[in-house]
Ligand binder design. Structure first.
Ligand code: MSP
Length: 510
């Protein structure tokens, strides 16, 4: 049994120079589905999200808004916290890099790196992009810009450096010994070939602005925002107090879920910093793809920037969560379009799942006196359907372990499809007239299948799943995965009046 095995999963911490949008919602919803799945599967989960509040970019945005960086960070961080409520996110902690616990943690890791001889003072000259908060080699520039398209500036400063170059072989050995540490596979290959091509020491302090954590013993310098930000994952488990049970159970992190744009920071710098400080690197980093909107890159200037609230107002929360996780193979890029969302909502949710639930529950309500019916002997096809539902957990678990959310949902929807075919074949509305005993058996088999489906979809569409489980009179204590096989529907249990769980989306006439 997996009982009580710890599982630590994180989102990136979001920059506070921009308000939340679809991209942020995506990473957060994916992490939430995973955290919920693991909890239901009996693991002791710690799910962390938060905001990344230091750096030149935030300092500049605050100045433009005419307020202090702290006031600016307070304002936008609150919007990200609101996003977690809006999306029904089950995070256990929300970290801000301006909190005292984090400042202490970052200064401690700095001192540890210094003590171990991993940091030295040097002179930096090179290209820096404020938008990416990243350094670039001359050879990486494309038409005088960063490979991401961001503006770069020439920087010459006295800096502290981290001996990244010394970690090349140990990083390669780490990837080699941990084939699942960087996913998906194509990204892993990308990272390995980048590291093989050679690493240069990394500048980890700045003197030309002040919105950051001061370097211990030399407050003229602030700590590079990525060393600061990445350390949030350690802060949340109590670093530098590594002797506590909290740290011992949750470190190394089981999974950092990130977008493909920040993969290098998480799979090269981060494991190197950790190993250099005598700590274990994360077990896994998974990089997901990017969404375009109606075929275009999302940006404020194109006016296609989608705040999560706008989506939820239009489609409802669970359909949005479902769409984000079902539409794309996790790891690939894809397009967000109104048509695609409505297609999924009216097809998968309203027609396939919603309709199945509605048909079964309404029939039980009308023809079985509103109580779970008593089944007679099961036939081959009854057993086949129930077995298909029972077989789902190991399949879904396998996909979730690989962050293949779309495959997990596809597997669940295959059984929904089977259940719909079974309803059509068995035609319980005909049985209601000529064979009530058989009708009760069919409706029991369907009710039991629905119970499995409702329990399994909880991580993805928690609101709708709870509504369905209420309608099946499944007690709160019988909704975990352990209850799937252990607590079947009890004949005679009264069920509440059925209500649609996924209303259809009806286009307003233009
Ligand atoms: N602050 C850093 C992360 C530090 S983690 C120690 C950062 N923040 S961010 O706010 O810019 O981005 C956070 C996440 O949002 C990234 O994982 C990024 O990939 C994701 N997305 C931003 N736009 C996106 C899309 N258009 N599509 C999908 N995800 C995108 O980076």
């Amino acid at each position: 049994m997996t009982a009580d095995r710890p599982f630590f999963v994180t989102t990136p911490i979001y920059y506070v120079n921009d308000t939340p949008h679809l991209g942020h919602a995506y990473t957060t919803v994916a992490c939430d589905a995973l955290a919920r799945f693991m909890r239901l599967d009996g693991l002791r989960v710690k799910f962390l999200t938060g905001t990344d509040e230091h750096g030149q970019k935030v300092e500049q945005s605050a100045r433009a808004a005419g307020i202090s960086p702290q006031q600016f960070a307070d304002r936008i961080s609150a919007a990200f916290r609101d996003m977690t409520r809006l999306l029904n996110i089950s995070n256990d902690d929300f970290i801000r890099t301006t909190e005292p616990r984090h400042i202490r943690s970052v200064q401690s890791i700095w001192q540890e790196l210094e003590r171990r001889g991993e940091i030295y003072v040097g002179r930096f000259s090179g290209w820096y992009s404020v938008r990416d908060e990243a350094f670039y080699d001359e050879a990486e520039l494309v038409d005088g810009k960063a490979p991401t398209g961001a503006e770069v500036e020439w920087l010459e400063e006295e800096n502290y450096f981290f001996r990244l170059s010394a970690w090349q072989d140990r990083l390669l050995a780490y990837y080699d010994a941990n084939p699942d540490a960087v996913a998906p596979r194509s990204r892993r290959n990308e990272v390995i070939s980048f590291v093989r091509s050679g690493l240069r020491d990394l500048s980890i302090s700045r003197t030309s602005f002040s919105w950051g954590i001061p370097v211990p013993g030399n407050p003229r310098h602030v700590i590079y925002v990525w060393l600061d930000a990445l350390t949030n994952y350690l802060t949340a488990v109590g670093y530098p107090t590594t002797g506590d049970p909290e740290f011992a159970s949750f470190w190394p992190a089981d999974l950092h879920l990130v977008g493909k744009d920040i993969l290098r920071f998480h799979t090269i710098y981060w494991p190197a910093f950790l190993m250099a400080a005598g700590l274990e690197p994360p077990r896994r980093v998974f990089a997901h793809g990017w969404w375009t909107v109606e075929g275009q890159k999302m940006s404020k200037s194109l006016n296609n920037f989608i705040p999560p609230q706008q989506l939820i107002d239009a489609y409802g929360l669970d359909p949005v969560r479902y769409f984000l996780l079902r539409e794309l193979p996790f790891g690939s890029d894809g397009d967000f379009s109104h048509r695609a969302v409505v297609g999924r909502l009216n097809g998968d949710l309203a027609n396939d799942f919603g309709n199945l639930a509605q048909r079964v529950l309404v029939m039980i309500n009308r023809s079985c006196g509103g109580c779970v019916p008593e089944p007679d002997a099961l036939t081959g096809s009854d057993r086949e359907l129930i077995e298909a539902a029972r077989g789902l957990l190991p399949t879904v678990r396998g996909h979730m372990t690989e962050q293949a959310f779309h495959l997990a949902l596809e597997a669940i929807w295959r059984v929904i499809g089977e259940a719909n075919r079974y309803v059509d074949e068995q035609a319980p509305w005909v049985l209601a007239r000529n064979d009530q005993t058989r009708m009760r058996t069919v409706l029991y088999a369907l009710g039991e299948t629905l119970r499995h489906l409702a329990i399994l979809v909880q991580p993805f569409v928690p609101g709708a799943a709870a509504k369905l489980l209420d309608q099946l009179a499944t007690p709160e204590g019988a909704r975990s995965y352990a209850a799937l096989g252990a607590a079947p529907l009890v004949p005679g249990t009264p069920l509440p009046r059925p209500e649609a769980i996924f209303p259809r989306f009806v286009e307003e006439p233009a």
